[in-house]
Design a protein around this ligand. Structure first.
Ligand SMILES: [Zn+2]
Length: 320
């Protein structure tokens, strides 16, 4: 105790401080989301997300080569298709937007390629599954997820990330993959995905706003922490290789608990609204840009092994 113990000894100067630094951001653990739009020519900035674009497939090719060149190690792909229908059938088209994008990244870069797997970009209702009587039919949706997974694997994806929050989705996808000999395709499960108010800008980006109702009959209530752990338990039993907490900053308690309770990698997704809040505060001069480092550090300190976030490109560019 004071005066023998003096905590300020650890903070005397930069060299001393760096010796006692506990948490580092490892660039290999950052994952950059990329939006590819089949309706787009060139690229278009997403209004609510300064610095983040929707790419045409041609522009996307240049962009992923650039990401690879500056040292980005991992990307997660989101596609906006030309055709939407009630069952999201373009999600498993072998020449669909995500499938083509996977092949382009595989053929032109060394990056690990992750593809988000859902239906909300592909359904005319904007919901994450097939609608029957105003309700998302869980089990029919799983059949489509299975087909989508195979078509991603056919295209050479490294990791499939199911985000629809249907019950049994990890099991259904694992079975489809294994039945088709894709035993090495990794599943990153969006295990505890909350019905968050922070997704607004993403819906602009991915053109996936529900046309009626909301997603609270499948995404989690943000009041529930124990239920989140149960979702993780189930995904692990179903065969997930990575579990995820989404969003990140309002849910650091759950990242911490996931790390404490489970022995498999924990990912988190710092979502569009988190990016928008921080980025706009920095751009307007209200916050110093070191806040980005602080936000990213906080998720790793809480226990995340991997962080999907929109700062990845700039962070890696600025930390050579
Ligand atoms: Zn969805």
């Amino acid at each position: 105790m004071f005066p023998v113990e003096r905590m300020r000894r650890y903070r005397l100067n930069e060299d001393i401080r760096s010796m006692f630094k506990e948490t580092y951001i490892n660039k290999d653990k950052l994952i950059m989301p990329v939006f590819i739009d089949e309706n787009e020519r060139g690229k278009k900035e997403i209004k609510s997300m300064p610095g983040i674009y929707r790419y045409s497939i041609e522009e996307y090719e240049n962009y992923v080569k650039y990401l690879d060149e500056i040292g980005v190690k991992n990307i997660i792909l989101f596609g906006i298709p030309k055709n939407k229908d009630s069952t999201g059938s373009s999600s498993y088209d072998k020449n669909g937007i995500v499938q083509r994008s996977i092949r382009i990244a595989r053929d032109n870069t060394k990056m690990n390629v992750i593809a988000d797997l859902c239906l909300c970009e592909y359904t005319d209702t904007g919901h994450c599954g097939v609608i029957e009587n105003n309700y998302v039919n869980n089990d029919k949706t799983l059949e489509i997820y299975g087909k989508e997974a195979i078509s991603y694997a056919d295209s050479g994806v490294d990791i499939i990330a199911p985000s629809g929050m249907m019950d049994g989705q990890v099991k259904a996808i694992r079975k489809s993959l294994d039945d088709n000999n894709y035993i090495n395709t990794i599943i990153m499960a969006y295990s505890s995905k909350f019905a968050s108010n922070l997704y607004g800008p993403f819906r602009d980006a991915a053109d996936s706003t529900p046309q009626f109702g909301d997603r609270r009959s499948y995404q989690m209530d943000y009041s529930n922490g124990r239920e989140a752990l149960r979702e993780m338990d189930l995904d692990i039993e179903e065969g997930a290789d990575i579990i995820m907490v989404k969003p990140a900053l309002f849910y650091l308690d759950l990242i911490h608990e996931a790390k404490k309770y489970y022995n498999l990698p924990v990912a988190t997704y710092m979502v569009s609204g988190e990016y928008t809040m921080i980025k706009n505060s920095v751009l307007s001069g209200l916050l110093n840009e070191n806040v980005i480092d602080e936000a990213l550090t906080s998720v790793f300190r809480a226990g995340a092994d991997l962080a999907i976030n929109y700062f990845t490109e700039d962070y890696i560019k600025n930390h050579k």
